[in-house]
Design a protein around this ligand. Structure first.
Ligand SMILES: Cc1ncc(COP(=O)(O)O)c(C=O)c1O
Length: 414
């Protein structure tokens, strides 16, 4: 039996998985053209590249009115502000997501109310959403995490019953579809990140999709220092400069050309992976909900059975990484997240409503189990590495299966 690489054996894979982002002459030409045009900035907003990107993004995602801006965090802040959500309002947020999802309500003056996730999908648990609703609740932010989508049928119903706004944090879900409808086009708002790791990227950037054209006008006004965007040009808002640059938008137009083929390729490889994964003992996939009619692969999560392997996901990832397979244990629950520290800020909300921020008193058993026991996250590059790259991942997993006694010993030592 081959020794684990972490114990000095030969790693399964020595070659790196493909890097991201990818580029070619088209990116260089698009940026060069923009540089020569002299129109680099966003003002007056939107510039020609940004306006064209907005139209094409809507076509790609399948609906809404797109307002491009600086990143996929302020998109959510702007959505809340456009919807009139602010001081003292409660916004329900999943406890398992990047810190941005909980940060956005805070800077809009609202209170993020954390709830646990569904163990089958790792997306927000609709039952927990219902339980968290109070007379102060104004919005739900769902996160379509790692090739999954939140149960939009139930979330939409709950929101309708309680007159709540729904924001879909779709930072992981470019191109994904629920019952044939694009992520971010089902709720009132869809928030997208174009940050450099994302499966559609321009280095930095964000897009807010709005269902209602008036909301899109308000959002566009908020990000352009409050300038009116209604047809009559009379409705001012309290705004700020969150405009996107034309250089980023130039990259975005090329990224959109490439994206459909990349989406297909990643899905093809993910299907190939899943055929083999189902045969690896001790490994489970998240649930494949058939209403998720098109999946998008930015991150992909599998669950390990810690009892079978005699170790938790941390040791498992440590050993698999040593085999040349890049994996990690993913997001911590928000109340234990080193990147989310409202009490260390002088933001007004945590000072005014300290009762919402007693993180030690909070418990999110599913998110905790995901982070500290079961989940193994992998990046989209595995799905661009051809069958050979996916085969290496499977070989790595099978090697850990065979060597699980050693994993158990490692677990005790870490
Ligand atoms: C789920 C989620 N939401 C929001 C964001 C924030 O996007 P950005 O980095 O563009 O602000 C990210 C980015 O990592 C994310 O993963």
């Amino acid at each position: 039996m081959e020794k684990l690489a972490v114990l000095g054996g030969e790693p399964i894979r020595s070659e790196k998985y493909p890097s991201w982002p990818v580029f070619d002459e088209r990116d260089i030409e698009a940026v060069t053209r923009t540089v020569i045009s002299g129109r680099w900035g966003g003002f007056p907003y939107p510039g020609p590249n940004t306006a064209e990107f907005a139209v094409k993004f809507v076509e790609m995602q399948g609906g809404g009115y797109a307002v491009p801006m600086l990143n996929g965090t302020i998109t959510m802040e702007v959505a809340l502000r456009a919807a009139g959500i602010g001081w003292g309002d409660e916004v329900i947020v999943p406890a398992y997501t990047f810190q941005a999802t909980a940060y956005a309500p805070l800077v809009a003056g609202a209170i993020p109310v954390l709830v646990d996730i569904d163990p089958d999908t790792y997306c927000i648990d609709p039952q927990k959403v219902k339980e968290a609703i109070t007379e102060k609740t104004r919005a739900i932010i769902v996160v379509h995490i790692a090739a999954q989508m939140a149960n939009m049928d139930l979330i939409t119903k709950i929101a309708r019953d309680h007159h709540l706004i729904v924001i879909e944090d779709s930072a992981h879900a470019h191109g994904a579809q629920w019952r044939g409808k694009g992520a971010g086009t089902i709720g009132d708002f869809g928030s997208f990140s174009l940050q450099s790791a994302k499966s559609l990227t321009t280095g930095e950037g964000g897009v807010l999709l709005c269902k209602d054209p008036e909301m899109a006008q308000r959002a566009a006004s908020i990000i352009d220092c409050g300038r009116p965007k209604d047809p009559e040009g009379v409705q001012y808002t309290m705004g700020v400069n969150y405009r996107w640059s034309e250089l980023h938008a130039a990259l975005g137009l090329v990224a959109l050309e490439r994206f459909p083929e990349q989406l297909k390729q990643r899905e093809l490889m993910a299907n190939y992976l899943e055929e083999s994964l189902s045969e690896v003992p001790g490994i489970k996939m998240l649930k494949r909900d058939l209403r998720l009619t098109r999946r998008s692969f930015y991150r992909y999560i599998i669950k390990i059975d810690p009892k079978y392997f005699g170790c938790t996901n941390e040791t498992f990832c440590y050993a698999l990484k040593a085999e040349g397979i890049p994996v990690d244990t993913g997001y911590p629950p928000m109340n234990q997240y080193e990147l989310f520290q409202p009490s260390l800020s002088k933001l007004p909300v945590p000072s005014a409503f300290p009762e919402y921020f007693d993180f030690d008193a909070m418990s999110f058993p599913v998110a905790e189990c995901a982070k500290w026991r079961e989940s193994v996250w992998m990046g989209e590059s595995i799905f661009r590495s051809g069958e050979e790259g996916v085969d290496d991942l499977i070989a790595g997993l099978n090697k850990l299966v065979k060597n699980r006694t050693d994993l158990n010993a490692l677990n005790l030592n870490t």
